[in-house]
Each structure stands twice: as C-alpha cells, then as structure tokens.
Design a protein around this ligand. Structure first.
Ligand code: M6R
Length: 609
C-alpha cells in the first residue's frame, strides 16, 4: 500500500506531487509528505492524516522547487505520526526517499547502520533506505541506490532524490508497482498510471529489479547490473477525466452508476449474439487446452474472492470441470496439490494485490497454467500470467469495490460459458439462453440504478442499527458475503454474510429486533428454502429486507422491506442482486456521515502480505 509520486522538470514539483497524491490517496491516508530540492537544499513537509492536511500545510508554507517526491502512507511499521511519515531522510538531510512496500530485513540493516554511526529518527522499515544510500553515496546517486537495493530483502517501489544532484530522480522497484511518466522537458514517477494521467498518457511500466535514472529530458532504464533496458512506451487507454468524480459525491457512487455502460464494454467483441460463440481474446488457450482441463482453481482476495466463488459455482455447473476457490492469503500457508492440466484463475481489480501475486507464483511454480481476470492493464499479475481477460471496468478509485465486482462476475460467466461451449458440457439451449440473458444484463442493471430512490428509502429505515446478517445460498452465498463486506467496510455496521443453510447452526442465536437481516430470495433452486429461513427470522422478531424478483407477493408479505430486482436465470443473478446491495451499503454509510471513498484502516490496493 502507500502511494508514491515524483516530478522533475520546470514546474513546481510540490503542486504536481500533491495532485498525483490526490489520485493515489485510495492507497492509504494515514499521513502524507513531500520533499523538494531548492537552492541545493532538501525541504520537507509532513503531516498526519489525509492529504487535505498536507494541502493546508503547503498553502501556509509553500515549498518552491522543480524536483520533488511525495508519499501518502498506509502504516505498516510504526504508527501514523509525522516522524514515521515519508519522505525519510539521510543523517545529513541531503537524501530523501519515498517507499511503497516492506523491507523485510530492515531490523538487521538498521542494527548494522546504527553500529556504523547512522542515526534513525523513525521506527519505520523504510528509513534504512536513505541511510544505506548515504552510506554508498560517492557523487553518483543511481550507483548508491543500486548498491543499497542489493542489500534489501522484501518489496519496494522507491523514489529517491539528493540535494547534491538536483537534476536527477532515481526510481526502482521490486514487487511493488511503479511507472515512469514521459513528458516534454519533464518526467514523473508514480505508483500507478492514474496518478499522472492528467499530465501524460505515455508511461514506462517498471519491472522487478529495474532502475530508472530520470532527468527533465531523459529516462534511462536499466537492470541492477546497469544493462540498458529497451522498454516499449505504454499508452494509457483512458481519458484524464476517467479519474474525476464527475458531479457524484463519492467515487463509489460514480462507479456504481458506471456499471451498465461498463458491462456493454465488457461484452463488446466477446458476446454480441446468442447464436455466435463467445470469443475471449487474451485467454491464450486453444480448444484442445480447454478440453484437456482437469481442474480450475480460482484464487483472489476480498471482493474479488467473492467473484471467484461465483466463478467456481458456474464453472462446475456449466463447464463440468472440478473447480475450487481459495483465498489467496491462505495459499501461502498450505501446500496445495496441483494436478496436470490445472488452470488457475487469479482475479484482481488492481493486478497488484500481494497475496494474489504470491498465490499466482505458487500455482505457476507447481505447473498450473495461469489465466487472470483483471482490470488494471499491464499490472504485475498481468505480466506473470499466461493469459489475461480484462474486465474493462475503467479506473476504480473508491476503496469499496463495486463495478469491478460485477464486471468480474460477468467476465467469469463468459469464461464458464466459453468452456461449456468448447467442452459441449451443457445443453446448447441452456448455453443459448444464458448468453441471451447476459446480453440483457446491462439494461437490467441500468433499470436497477434508476431504482436508487427506493433503495435509499429502505436504507433510511435501517441505517441507525448496528448489526446485520446477510443470508444467501448456492450461487447467491457470495452475494450475501459481498453485500455484508460492502456494508461493514464503509458504514462500520457489523455485518456477517452467511449461508442461509448454516443459520440454524449458530447465527440464528443473534436474531432479535435489533439486528436486521438481508435475505437474498430470488427465483431458483434455493428459493423455497430461503422463504423458510425468512420465516424463522420473522418468528424471532428479526426485521428482514428481502432481495426478490419483481412482483414476488410471497416475499413482499414475509419481509419488512424488499429490494426488487428484475428476473433473470439464477446462474446470472449475482450480477443484478449486487446492485441494490451496493446502493444499500452506500446510502447507509452516507446517512451515517462516513467518508465513503476512504474508509478507516483500509487501502484500495493491498501490496503487502
Ligand atoms: O485489487 P484486488 O481486486 O486484488 O483487491 C482485492 C481486495 O483487496 C479488494 O477486493 C477489497 O476487498 C475491496 N476493496 C473491498 O471492497
């Protein structure tokens, strides 16, 4: 986590860093800082809390200068404080470093450096870096950074400047994301492309153990032996305004409302007609590869894991391949058996989630073929995958994932149907009907978004309650878990997503008039069972919000309130069900006055294990 930016050119570096940090704030907002070189000296401003505090500090006391680096922090080592904030400085205050990642051997390095006389100010892992660079510095900043990196274990993306070489900005990466933006007479670094998109659409994506020596007019990329790297320029495929709120109060709200259009983009070129086969470019699998599959393993974190649960369900149901779904973080603590002809599907919005990347490497090392379902183009996971299917959601900035989730599910539906077509594992009329239903989904989602005022009215009746239970079953168990995750992460209402079938094995003990239940009871094989569960909750005086298909009188009578969704095949229903649950969470959090795009303790991209 954490976001880094840097600028070198002829404009005011602090302003450009601040504007880039605003677009990176989703990565962490415990503290922030900038360092700028002016008249051969480094000057630093650091504050605790959100970027607004840094903006105010810089307004009060500006930092002029045309070479600078900036940082927004999600604390790992050391509590949020000015001292622990980045940029960190060398003893003589002439070298400044911003860092995203974790230096694992920092304890040992710190002991050595302290024994050599270096004085530390913070308790962070990062601070070893400016002291190491200082130790190796002999008039060549890149060489000092290179030697320092050779001592490091762990993950990093660095920006380094030195008051003695004001016309240089050095960047380096191992494991944590980093791009170098290309300008005219000016250049940039950032943790992601979105941060510098208003400045340029031309970037180099930096790879592991690569260094960049950046001046206003040149960018030199090398490996750690200083061999030149000939990297292709990547053109950022979306316009600068994609990262603006465009009149919405929060990015989350904007992103919820972008879903119908994004679904059209996701389907385009892949499924246009129920009578034509699905085309998934980028997957990189021949029909024979698909027929040979013995197993599909889905792995991901958080919201993407919930999408993976849907993926597992439909893969078995339609493609008739044994499928499993695992939390990426759990992969590292077990030793999974990988069969021949196993496909691992890594699902990630950012493509940078550390646990997902490590799971990928584990599975690849054991011989699995890797197909990833990603949003951000050219991410670390993309580069290490054998094939990538992009969900085409456009930038997602709100920490709470919304459009990425529904687009991940839509993409996984396409994947399962594609496999089913090739393997001839489902009746052609079922495949045709599901394809027709998928083509109708964007319009159904648009209709659901028009129903926002009704969801808001329901939210108004429950937002002051402190506990919630989300129940679903079968393919909508992940919908219940995702609905609960959305609510808890932005509103801080305690919410649990549970299998309705498990309710009698424990959670029903919680039911009373002070806990509300959201019960997903759309048409399908679990409908009758869900209505039974709703009765059991009502018998214990628990208020219930049903999620049901339009016109369902049974649910209308049973539940206190209903969130209505248009009818569609059950296998596709997680997409439509997600929309009112996202809106419910959003409006409850908004009514409670929470900062929806920046929930406490969270960061959008979790680049640490
Ligand atoms: O970028 P990723 O999809 O790999 O992120 C995985 C999770 O960190 C993410 O889905 C998280 O759970 C969401 N922000 C929750 O809304």
């Amino acid at each position: 986590m954490c976001g880094i930016v840097g600028y070198i050119g002829s404009r005011q570096a602090a302003e450009i860093c601040l504007s880039g940090l605003r677009r990176l704030e989703y990565r962490g907002y415990d503290s922030a800082g900038v360092a700028v070189i002016r008249d051969g000296q480094l000057q630093v401003r650091k504050v605790v809390g959100k970027l607004a505090n840094l903006t105010a500090a810089l307004r009060e006391s500006p930092l002029p200068g045309t070479t600078g680096i900036g940082h927004t922090r999600w604390a790992t080592h050391g509590k949020p404080s000015v001292t622990n904030s980045h940029p960190h400085l060398s003893c003589d205050g002439r070298i400044a470093v911003v860092h995203n990642g974790i230096i694992e051997n920092y304890g040992e390095l710190r002991n050595q450096l302290e024994a050599e006389g270096h004085q530390f100010r913070s308790v962070t892992d990062t601070e070893v870096m400016p002291h190491l660079v200082e130790k190796y510095y002999q008039g060549d900043l890149r060489e000092a950074v290179r030697r320092a990196i050779l001592d490091l274990e762990g993950a990093f993306a660095f920006g380094v400047i030195c008051a003695d070489e004001p016309e240089q900005l050095i960047a380096a990466r191992r494991f944590s994301p980093l791009v170098v933006g290309i300008g005219e007479g000016e250049n940039y670094i950032a943790s992601d492309m979105g941060a510098i998109r208003p400045e340029t659409d031309q970037v180099y994506v930096i790879g592991d153990d690569e260094l960049a020596l950046i001046t206003p007019d040149d960018i030199e990329l090398t490996d750690l032996e200083l061999n030149p790297i000939d990297r292709q320029v990547f053109t950022i495929p979306w316009p600068p305004e994609a990262a603006q709120k465009s009149g919405h109060k929060y990015f989350m709200h904007k992103e919820i409302h972008e879903q119908a259009e994004a679904m059209h983009a996701c389907l385009a070129g892949r499924l246009s007609n129920p009578d034509e086969p699905i085309i998934l470019e980028g997957l990189g699998m021949s029909e024979q590869d698909i027929r040979n599959l013995q197993k599909v393993v889905f792995t991901a974190c958080g919201t993407a894991f919930h999408a993976g649960m849907v993926g597992q369900f439909i893969m078995e149901s339609l493609a008739q391949v044994p499928a499993q779904v695992d939390l990426a973080a759990e992969f590292q603590v077990k030793d999974p058996v990988v069969l021949d002809n196993t496909l691992a599907v890594i699902i990630s919005q950012s493509g940078e989630t550390a646990d997902s990347l490590l799971a990928l490497r584990d599975l690849k090392g054991k011989g699995a073929r890797i197909a990833s379902v990603l949003n951000v183009v050219d991410s670390s996971i993309a580069r290490e995958s054998d094939g990538v299917v992009y969900i085409q959601a456009g930038p997602e900035i709100g920490v709470a994932s919304t459009k990425a989730y529904t687009l991940q599910v839509l993409t996984l539906e396409l994947l399962a149907l594609h496999f089913a077509e090739v393997r001839q594992s489902a009746p052609p009329e079922q495949i045709r009907a599901l394809k027709a239903a998928l083509l109708a989904v964007p319009d159904q989602v648009a209709e659901l978004l028009r129903r926002e005022p009704e969801v808001k009215q329901v939210a108004a009746r429950y937002y002051e309650m402190d506990d919630a239970l989300y129940l679903g079953r079968g393919i909508n168990l992940p919908s219940a878990m995702e609905g609960a995750l959305k609510l808890k992460e932005i509103s801080y209402i305690h919410a649990e997503g549970y299998s309705a079938g498990e309710m009698k094995h424990g959670p029903i003990a919680l039911v009373d008039p002070e806990l509300f239940t959201v019960a997903i009871a759309v048409n399908g094989q679990v409908y009758e069972k869900m209505t039974g569960n709703i009765q059991e909750i009502k018998a214990r005086e628990g208020p219930v919000i049903g999620v049901a298909n339009d016109g369902d009188e049974v649910i209308a009578q049973q539940c206190n309130d209903v969130l209505w969704v248009p009818s569609c095949p059950e296998l596709i229903s997680p997409i439509t069900v997600a929309i009112p649950l996202q809106l419910l969470a959003y409006h409850m959090a908004d009514m409670r006055g929470e900062d929806i795009d920046q929930p406490r303790n969270l960061a959008k991209t979790v680049t640490v294990e």
